[in-house]
Design a protein around this ligand. Structure first.
Ligand code: FES
Length: 109
């Protein structure tokens, strides 16, 4: 039996397995965190930074897909700071992109 920890996301407290990431915890609580590069067990490198969340006590935003939870952690998934950072990251990604997504063969991967 796995050990449980208590984590607060957007003001609600959840008791979850301590082995989970912030993203997995949020998904289990039906909280949507946007992702681009994350693909469970295949690509978990935290590269795109679209899943950034704010963790109380941490100076920088964290990639939810690779950030492990710990007891008493307090997370905000949609604060103004988080939304602004995601918007900036998406703009940076798109600035180096051909924007032909509907024709691109990569979409079927
Ligand atoms: S989904 Fe890309 S960094 Fe988390």
């Amino acid at each position: 039996m796995s050990e449980k920890v208590s984590i607060t996301i957007n003001g609600n407290v959840y008791a979850v397995d301590k082995e989970l990431t912030v993203l997995q915890t949020a998904k289990s609580a039906n909280i949507n965190i946007p992702t681009l590069c994350y693909l469970k067990d295949i690509n978990e490198i935290g590269a795109c930074r679209m899943c950034l969340v704010e963790v109380e006590g941490m100076r920088t935003l964290q990639a939810a897909c690779v950030f492990p939870i710990r007891e008493g952690m307090v997370v905000y998934t949609s604060s103004p700071r988080v939304r602004e950072a995601r918007r900036m990251n998406l703009e940076l990604i798109l600035s180096n992109h051909e924007r032909s997504c509907f024709k691109c063969t990569k979409k079927s991967l």
